[in-house]
Design a protein around this ligand. Structure first.
Ligand SMILES: [Zn+2]
Length: 306
């Protein structure tokens, strides 16, 4: 009898782990707060994505210009935001961050915000330097220093942390009850840059950020993701600086195929790629046969609706 009970218990454990591993897609979606690049002529906010879980916007990936207005339109509540992830600190990925911090003054927020981003180099600040130089005592907005200074009294703090994963290696960054975060270095010209993956309620969403794929790391991070959001910043014909910073559609197709992602979303759309959607699709379809969608501001994507 005891053996039977033990077997039943083990079966239950296996059953539960299978159920928990399944993507609970009704609980999760990712909203595009900014589908454009840095241009002021593309009619789009710059890079930013909000991951929703159980009706709450919990993780923000990048905070490009214009995205805070779309955040407001999304109906998200700043009290629900747990974590801010930065892929890198180009203006079109980070300029609205201080608007979120100031906006939080007007709500009764008490939970700290976790902020993760890359390490510095000679061109870019690290995540902690970015936060300090923006909001610290000697920063651009010293009147907001209470949110970053441990010595000052404030209703919550922004806890920034720098990540420097070993070259070509995925790093587990954070594990909470409902979601976990991991990052991998990607090549974005001379800049320190990260791609991010969020595993949430059994679903997985990966974000390329800006990258050329010279490091060939994104397919490792995005392996079997339910959604991969890839940046469509250049057309296939692009050469020069643009190609050193970004990946052409064929490269996106190769990555999506290699990673076996279930759905591919193209974002960071710029005037040089807008209007080339048919060519972009054809280049991607040479390698990847799954669903491909072009992102617009405010779009929401669920893991399993195609
Ligand atoms: Zn960039």
């Amino acid at each position: 009898m005891n053996t039977l009970k033990a077997l039943l218990f083990i079966s239950l454990l296996i059953f539960n782990s299978v159920i928990l591993a399944e993507c609970q897609s009704q609980r999760v979606n990712v909203q595009v707060l900014g589908s454009g690049g840095p241009e002021l002529t593309d009619g789009r906010a710059s890079s930013s994505y909000l991951v929703w879980l159980d009706g709450k916007g919990v993780v923000l990936v990048d905070a490009g210009p214009g995205s805070s207005l779309n955040y407001e339109k999304s109906g998200a509540n700043l009290k629900d935001l747990h974590t801010v992830l930065f892929t890198h600190f180009h203006v079109d990925h980070s300029a609205d961050f201080s608007a979120y911090v100031k906006g939080s003054y007007f709500i009764n927020r008490s939970q700290n915000i976790k902020l993760f981003g890359p390490e510095s180099n000679h061109l870019m600040p690290s995540a902690t330097e970015f936060t300090e130089r923006l909001l610290g005592e000697h920063g651009v907005y010293p009147y907001l220093q209470d949110y970053v200074s441990p010595a000052k009294k404030s209703s919550y703090k922004i806890n920034a942390k720098n990540l420097s994963p070993a070259k070509h290696s995925k790093q587990a960054v954070y594990q909470a009850n409902d979601y976990s975060l991991s990052a991998i270095p990607v090549h974005h010209g001379p800049l320190p840059a990260l791609a991010w993956r969020i595993n949430v309620a059994g679903c997985s969403i990966s974000f390329s950020g800006d990258m050329s794929n010279q490091f060939q790391t994104l397919a490792i991070l995005a392996k079997d993701s339910d959604i991969l959001i890839a940046h469509n910043a250049i057309p296939e014909s692009q050469h020069g600086v643009g190609r050193k910073l970004h990946m052409p559609p064929s490269e996106i197709g190769k990555i999506a195929q290699k990673a076996g992602v279930k759905k591919l979303i193209l974002s960071h759309r710029m005037t040089r790629t807008l209007g080339s959607e048919q060519d972009t699709l054809a280049r991607i379809k040479q390698y990847y046969q799954g669903p491909v969608l072009f992102a617009n501001d405010m779009d929401r994507f669920k893991p399993e609706d195609i």
